[in-house]
Structure formats: C-alpha cells, structure tokens
Ligand binder design. Sequence first.
Ligand code: ATP
Ligand code: MG
Length: 346
Amino acid sequence: MNKLYDVLGAGIAAVDDLIYVSDFPPVDCKVPVHGSIRQGGGPACTAIAATGSLGGRAAYVARFGEDELSKYIASALESRGVDISHIVDDPAGGPYHSIIVVDGSGHRNVFYDPALYRVVAAHDLPDMLIRSATLVLLDHITEPSLTAVAEKVHSLGVPILGDIEGRSESAINLAALTDYLIVPKAFATWTSGTPDPRDACAFLAGTHRLATVVTDGAEGCYFSTKTDPAVRHFPAFKVDVFDTNGCGDTFHGAFALAVARNLAVGEAIVFASAAAALKAMAAGGQRRGWNALPTFDEVLQFLQATLKEPEKSSLLEKLGDLRNPAQSTDSGVWRGPRHCPNHGGC
Ligand SMILES: Nc1ncnc2c1ncn2[C@@H]1O[C@H](COP(=O)(O)OP(=O)(O)OP(=O)(O)O)[C@@H](O)[C@H]1O
Ligand SMILES: [Mg+2]
C-alpha cells in the first residue's frame, strides 16, 4: 500500500541567527556587524526540509509553542512543502535558538540556547501517524534521546533512518534500533574505537540492518548493506564548495526520500551525495541556509551533467519514476494534534 508520507521526521529543530564580523574580538569589545541572517537548523528538521524541498511527501513532529521562534521554524518547514499539522501544541516548547558568529575567514562560534526544546514523547506520534509513513527519520545529539519513539516505530514495523551524533549510551541504543544508520565519521570512529571510517563502518554494520553509512565530508561516504555487507566507498562529487554546513542533513533527507521511493541503497547514496554537493555549492554563494536546499530537478540536472554511462541512464530512468510516485492509497487524511485535541483517539 502506498503511504501518505514518504518520510516522517522527529528530532531537534533549531533557529540559527548568524552574525558576520570581520574578526573575533577579545573580551569587552564592541565590533560592527556587517551582515546577519536567520536560518532553520537542527539535524532532523533540516533533513525533513531537504526531503520537502526535493518534492517528497514529508511531515514533521515536534513540540512547539506560539513564540516567534516556533512560528518561524514551522513556517520555514511549511514553505518547503513539509506537513506541520502533526506538530504538538506545547506553550512551553520551541526550537533550539543559536547565535552563530562567523568571522571573515569562515570560522564560527556557536552560542546555543536549548531552553525551549522539548523532546517529543512516544505518545506524540500516534500509531496511525507512524503507519502513514514509509520511513521515520530520527536524530540524536543530546539527551533525552528519542529511544522510546524509536522503540514504538520499530514495534510497528516502520523502518527507521537514524542520524546520530551524540556520544552516549542512549545514542548507541538508538543506533541499534535503526534500519538505515547514517552517521558522521566522528560518531563512527568514537563508537567503534577505530580512527578509520571504513573500519568504523564495518564495526557498525555488525549490528545487522538494511544499511550502515558513515559520511566523511569531502571524502564521501562508506556504506555496507544487508544484501552486500562488504564496505564500499562512494567519493563525494567534486564541486566548488561555498558552505558545507548542513550537507550531512541534506544527505539524510535525500537518502530517506530515495529509499522510501524504493531506490536501492547504492542508488540512494548517489542521489543523496548529489543533493549534498549542491547544498555545498550553495548556487555559488547566492543561496544560504535552507534556501540552498536543492530541488529534485536541480539534482536531476546535476547528475545528468556529472554521471557517466551506463550508470547515468539507469539511475536517471529510476529517478524519473521516483519523481512521479503513485498516489497514496491511504484512506482519508490523518488528522494530527493541531486538528483534534484527543489526538490519541481520533
Ligand atoms: N566539501 C564537500 N564537497 C562535496 N560533497 C560534500 C562535501 N562535504 C560534504 N559533502 C557530502 O555530504 C555528505 C555528508 O557530509 P558530512 O560527513 O560532512 O556530514 P555531517 O558531518 O553530518 O555534516 P552536518 O551534520 O554538519 O551537515 C558527504 O558524505 C558528502 O557526500
Ligand atoms: Mg550531521
């Protein structure tokens, strides 16, 4: 049965206020700011924005209030096609708020305020909502973790894609519950105790799942699948890089959409790497933050121009099918907490 959503996301949302200065000052200084911009952020939240920007049927669950930051991030998601109707009304809730000071050479200091953040509980994702998604995307940076949510999703038989960075016991427990584990090299080398990302991928793939992927920035990624356990390397696309912030999140959102629409893991890796490369290019610096998340057509054009035959024709044909999925056969539209105060029992 076709599901209502390709990807349902839950995890950390953030509003990032970036301030640009020439140099970091010593203490007790006054320095002029020569630019500022507000952006969406957070691993799962950016990933689901990427899925939405690519034209995926995406939905996001969080606990947001009526404050300015909650409204900003909900609207930023909605404008990228993400269904925000399952966001839970929580007057005390909201996204992380980060002030990020960037100097003239691109270095940054991040001052983050997690005060508003409320982790979603398992009951915030009713069974029917979970079942309406082909894939659930969860993240982990800090405690409390989404382990209870993951256990519920797992028990309902819906595959989980995990983006895990936090170095804790619960991060390892969460990783064990994922069907698609995509982690940055830093987490993989920490948890495996080996400095080599290929070895780290092999270690993580020891917990059998559909795919284990270790991303390594401009070096690309290493991956192992259930059907082909040997660790393989896929190099990153060589592009003119403007801003790599959010490349990993873009990779997750694109990979999630690709596997939700039945691409094989190897093909999903190519699609996700292309989406992440476009995010790094940021249209030559013309687009920042979430505005640099690529569209489906941009990824298609990039692959058309970059891939070689015979891989090109085969993948582009599949991507054509991916762009036009069959309509959902889910009966009726699920009404989330914003529509129904008794959301557990609608
Ligand atoms: N400089 C780059 N050029 C091309 N592609 C890149 C570059 N940096 C990252 N990528 C792509 O993005 C993928 C994920 O990058 P990375 O390993 O940096 O993720 P991450 O550490 O989770 O990043 P973040 O969470 O900050 O977005 C890489 O595997 C690669 O495909
Ligand atoms: Mg990341």
